[in-house]
Design a protein around this ligand. Structure first.
Ligand SMILES: [Zn+2]
Ligand SMILES: [Zn+2]
Length: 453
């Protein structure tokens, strides 16, 4: 008897965590923290899982919506080994330690006594159980050796993998977060094209069609020319970015544009956690399959790591690029705090390169009219948005057209849809039922046990 159950609390991109029951063996896929919920509400539904009852956990990649609750889960599963790629092990360790700092700060600011959900010391304990199998190797997930696993690159960010789990003659592929196309640094996914019975598939971009004329190459040139135009008018450019993944992709993309002569040399600022994450990307620069192999971002001309002290902001003056986190300009982050001054200057350009949650400060800025007063942080007075704005698509997730094409090629017996808002999974289900009638399509409704073999 084989079963799949989502431990998320809703159909959405929230706290990703899934439980596979494969006969006697139980395997956990990811243990994420919900990016928008607070306190224990941000955790997956771990309550129903018995003490020390899981044989192994697999971490697809380091982003907190997949890894952020791992120390909490390991607390009740002290013997459980956790498997991940070598870069993911380093990135996750750094992200979780930073997460403790953020939680401590939140407790101080908001009085939420749920925080911190775990401590630095607990991460140290948990880390002892983290294993990074050699890439390309098959390893055991249980003592009897009846369930095995192998990792396959999934694109998306450094270290991201799609595991294939083999048990009782069934092959189960979990996509994790996947992108089939090359990005500036990270190369596209390398996934099997046959031999999979059950596919667990992310649907982040299932709700939106990508324009047919899209190309990453022309998008990069368009970004370079917008930056050039802004700097020529003595303005500055701010690009709110996630500290891990998007920051490194954009730094390298701008560097590439400079080398092609599309962009002048200039100062660009990164800060806080982004500095740490960029350093880790550099550590693996020659050890992974990637573009710009051997390049050290921290040594690129013009890169300024700023500021030295916690809480300090980089100086705001003309002709700079501010590549600051957080990616959605969340309150109490660098991009939010500098952004409050930044958006008032009509010479400046605010650039959005990824997903902006409708409730995020970034979305409220992007939706504002020129000259409109907006509240970027609830604790501060509203400010006038006078800067110009532009949006670009440099997503690290596969567009829905490519997801459907992949299922069409793979033709698994069953496709389980995860990691998408309701409209996204609904579109995917309908499209797949029409285009790939051979596969049974199931939306992973939280709590529901799905029989997979
Ligand atoms: Zn991710
Ligand atoms: Zn994700």
């Amino acid at each position: 008897m084989m079963k799949f159950r989502s431990l998320a609390s809703n159909v959405e991109i929230g706290a990703n965590s899934y439980l596979l029951t494969l006969g006697e063996t139980r395997v956990l896929l990811d243990a994420g923290m919900h990016p928008k919920q607070e306190g224990t509400n941000a955790l997956p539904e771990f309550g129903s899982i018995d003490y020390n009852s899981i044989d192994a956990a697999i971490l697809s990649h380091a982003h907190l919506d997949h890894s952020g609750a791992l120390p909490v889960m390991q607390r009740s599963q002290p013997d459980m080994p956790v498997f991940m790629s070598a870069p993911t092990r380093v990135l996750t360790d750094a992200l979780l330690h930073n997460s403790v700092n953020v939680m401590n700060y939140k407790r101080e600011q908001t009085g939420n006594t749920d925080y911190p959900l775990f401590t630095h010391r607990e991460i140290g304990q948990a880390h002892k159980k983290w294993h990074a199998p050699k890439s390309g190797h098959t390893f055991h997930l249980d003592r009897s050796g009846s369930t095995t696993c192998s990792f396959h690159e999934s694109g998306h960010v450094l270290g991201a993998v799609s595991p294939i789990i083999r048990s009782g003659g069934r092959n189960i592929l979990y996509s994790g977060d996947v992108h089939f196309e090359d990005q500036t640094i990270v190369k596209g996914a390398v996934l099997p094209e046959s031999g999979i019975d059950v596919l667990i598939l992310e649907c982040t971009r299932g709700g939106v069609a990508r324009p047919a004329e899209y190309s990453r190459h022309s998008e990069a040139k368009r970004l370079a020319s917008s930056i050039e135009q802004c700097l020529s008018g003595r303005g500055s450019v701010m690009i709110p970015l996630f500290a891990m993944g998007k920051t490194q992709e954009i730094i390298t993309l701008l560097h590439e544009q400079q080398r092609q002569g599309n962009l002048r040399s200039m100062a660009f600022h990164i800060g806080g956690l982004s500095i740490k994450m960029t350093g880790i990307y550099d550590r693996f620069t020659s050890r992974v399959r990637r573009n710009h192999k051997g390049m050290h971002m921290m040594r690129t001309k013009g890169l300024i790591t700023t500021p030295g002290r916690r809480g300090e902001l980089p100086p705001l003056d003309g002709s700079n690029i501010y590549a600051l986190s957080s990616g959605m300009m969340s309150e109490r982050t660098m991009s939010n705090r500098l952004g409050r001054q930044f958006i008032q200057n009509p010479r400046n350009l605010l650039v959005s390169v990824g997903y902006a949650d409708p409730e995020s400060p970034l979305a409220s800025i992007l939706n504002s009219k020129h000259g409109e007063e907006i509240q970027v942080d609830a604790r501060h007075a509203s400010v006038e948005r006078n800067c110009s704005m532009e949006t670009f698509d440099f997503s690290g997730h596969a567009p829905r057209e490519n997801l459907v094409e992949y299922v069409e090629t793979l033709k698994p017996e069953m496709t389980i849809l995860v990691h998408g808002d309701q409209p996204a999974v609904d579109w995917m289900k309908q499209e797949l039922e029409t285009r790939v009638p051979e596969t049974e399509v199931i939306i992973a409704t939280p709590g529901r046990e799905i029989h997979i073999g």
